[in-house]
Write a protein of this length. Structure first.
Length: 152
């Protein structure tokens, strides 16, 4: 009998940047600052699942391998710097579609990076914070690792 993959491992959803921005802006208008937590949580789940699938397909898959695949699909162009455990994103699809902001807006990507790193390093006590954002005028978006219990 042929083994079937669960639906979540077979189907992929492509969301236009404009649709994602509509979702983010609607969340922000509806639930205010809690929208950042919702988007972060969704990103974390996506990153964790994506890394899980990559590792199930190729046990030696790395974060860099995953980022190269995502760049090839046009999702995001990001680099991971393992020595500092940080991510740099040039031309963030979220920041570029968001317009101007006084605060970082790439909550989904911050959660996504946490999901990748948590799964890859089997580490749960971390989170990522966007410390510089293109929507707020920076040249690139920068995501720094912080401990979950940190007040930073």
């Amino acid at each position: 009998m042929k083994e079937l993959l669960p639906v979540e491992k077979k189907r992929k959803l492509v969301v236009l940047n404009s649709i994602f921005m509509k979702i983010q802006k609607t969340l922000e208008a509806s639930i205010g600052t809690s929208a950042a937590k919702v988007l972060y949580s969704a990103g974390r789940e996506f990153g964790d699942r994506y890394m899980e699938i990559m590792q199930s397909e190729e046990e030696s898959a790395t974060i860099q391998d995953l980022l190269a695949e995502l760049e090839a699909t046009g999702f995001v162009k990001a680099t991971f710097h393992p020595e500092e455990m940080r991510f740099k994103v040039i031309d963030s699809p979220i920041a570029s579609g968001y317009e101007k902001s006084d605060e970082p807006v790439c909550h989904f990507l911050a959660g996504f990076f946490e999901g990748l790193v948590s799964r890859y390093y089997n580490e749960e006590d971390i989170m990522y914070r966007e410390t510089s954002c293109q929507a707020a005028g920076a040249n690139q978006c920068l995501f720094e690792l912080v401990k979950k219990n940190s007040s930073v």
